[in-house]
Design a protein around this ligand. Sequence first.
Ligand SMILES: [Zn+2]
Length: 234
Amino acid sequence: MPRADGPFEIVEKIGSNAYKVDLPSDYEVHDTFNMGDLSPYYDSDDEEATVKEMLKDGFHDNKWTMSTKGYSIKEGHAWLAPDQPTLNWTNIMWNNWNIPKHSLTTWLRMNEGMNVKSKLFRFGCCTDDWCILCQRQPETVEHLFTSCVYSVRVQRCLLHWFGGTFTTVDRLSAENRNTLQWKFKVAMFNAYHYFIWFQRNNARINDWLSRPEVVAVRIEDDIKRRVKMKCKAL
Ligand SMILES: [Zn+2]
């Protein structure tokens, strides 16, 4: 006799905590079980229905509503997928000093979600993989935001204004997050990604590219305007 088997159909509810199950006749065991001995069956061919059934089961058994004030999608997700790695860079993007379109561009960059030419070329969607901004190297995410001469010129202009060295996710993650300087750097970092990606798309679609100095000034203006608004609100 196996320790677990199924699926079997529930044919009758017996009392408050037991069910009669439609077992094959050759099992030769009593066909009524306590609820604790039964598990719900999920059809692995239908992933969406499976997740729905699991959530329903978790909700009814209070498995993911116990630790909070009640229903919460966040708790439900944590219950369904408990061992997700903690990413140390998420609050670099998602904080109230950034605007969503800037944050989203950085998030795409960090998740390799951008359709850069090296990726499109691999899938046969374009005839070459050369960087549109510099025409010197294959366009990878790393190249576009780190080593492309065009982007490096934008970085230099920003550093001329802001000082120091151009920041990275690792540096931002390691620094004290409660300073105004950190928030300022984070806003610049996210805006940089958005404006570089915007220029790259503009060059690809409209065949038009602004000078790096002009892009840097746009980033500066954008951040100054936002910082002013924030400081007024504080
Ligand atoms: Zn380039």
